[in-house]
Write a protein that binds this ligand. Structure first.
Ligand code: ZN
Ligand code: ZN
Length: 257
């Protein structure tokens, strides 16, 4: 299995996965041109994608979708409510807009969406199964429900939100309403919450974790990593995880299995 986080953060999100026979993109929150350039660097292209999974309708997850769908014929999956909430839906080719089912396959890969708590119409994360492995993605969530914990259990690879350092956010320059939104149950997950979540998950021998959707203002990759690692260390779990960082402007890659 290959996982490549092409871009991550509030300026745009897109992750490319290759497992089994399937080539899948999760979210298209950067320009079609950038997605194409990134995929070409990885030896593939948009035309070779088997499907695109959308987590929710916020701009940082669908920014490139309109151009992409007009130029390329790739099925795009989202929940009915997410499609309804998309401002650009009317301009998209209808026959490639697919409504998400609770469980479905793309090539030989099984995909299970799960609900997350975020201020969008019907936001989801995804668990993707192939090659006897499991990759789960949960990148915009205010807090972790029991359902999310179950969905993330026993993953080989996790792409997990580690959005902010709570102190940096509280002391930072964001207006109060925005701080309140981010810290709310339907906002974004802090570094500390991400770390504690990892310690409480049912897990395999080893888990690769991409820390994702990091805030530019209220976090740094170093702060996120050190906070998560301190929590893991406090529970003597350091050796059970490999922590990978993600960036708004460069690709983070992992080849597992
Ligand atoms: Zn987002
Ligand atoms: Zn969002």
């Amino acid at each position: 299995m290959e996982v490549h986080v092409l871009a991550s953060g509030s300026s745009g999100n897109a992750t490319y996965l290759q497992l089994g026979q399937a080539r899948i993109l999760v979210d298209a929150g950067i320009s079609t041109r950038r997605i194409q350039q990134s995929l070409i660097k990885l030896g593939t292209s948009i035309a070779e994608l088997d499907g695109i999974l959308i987590t929710h309708e916020h701009r940082d997850h669908i920014y490139g979708l309109e151009t992409l769908m007009k130029k390329f014929h790739v099925p795009v999956y989202a929940t009915a409510k997410t499609w309804d909430a998309m401002y650009l839906k009317a301009r998209l080719p209808d026959n490639y807009c697919v409504e998400l089912k609770p469980s479905f396959t793309v090539q030989d890969v099984c995909i299970e969406p799960f609900r997350i708590s975020h201020d969008a119409a019907d936001p989801v994360g995804y668990s993707i199964y192939g090659e006897n492995m499991k990759c789960s993605m949960a990148t915009d969530l205010g807090f972790v429900t029991e359902g999310v914990k179950q969905a993330l259990a026993l993953s080989d690879v996790l792409v997990l939100e580690s959005n902010h350092d709570v102190k940096m956010l509280e002391n930072g320059s964001y207006p109060w309403y925005l701080k309140k939104r981010i810290l709310s149950n339907r906002g974004h997950l802090s570094n500390l919450d991400a770390g504690w979540l990892l310690t409480r998950l049912e897990r395999k021998n080893h888990t690769h974790v991409f820390l994702a959707h990091m805030s530019k203002e209220n976090n740094t990759p170093e702060v996120a990593k050190s906070t998560v690692c301190e929590v893991l260390q406090s529970q003597k779990l350091t050796d059970e995880f490999s922590i990978h960082l993600t960036y708004p402007d460069c690709i983070s890659s992992l080849s597992a299995g």
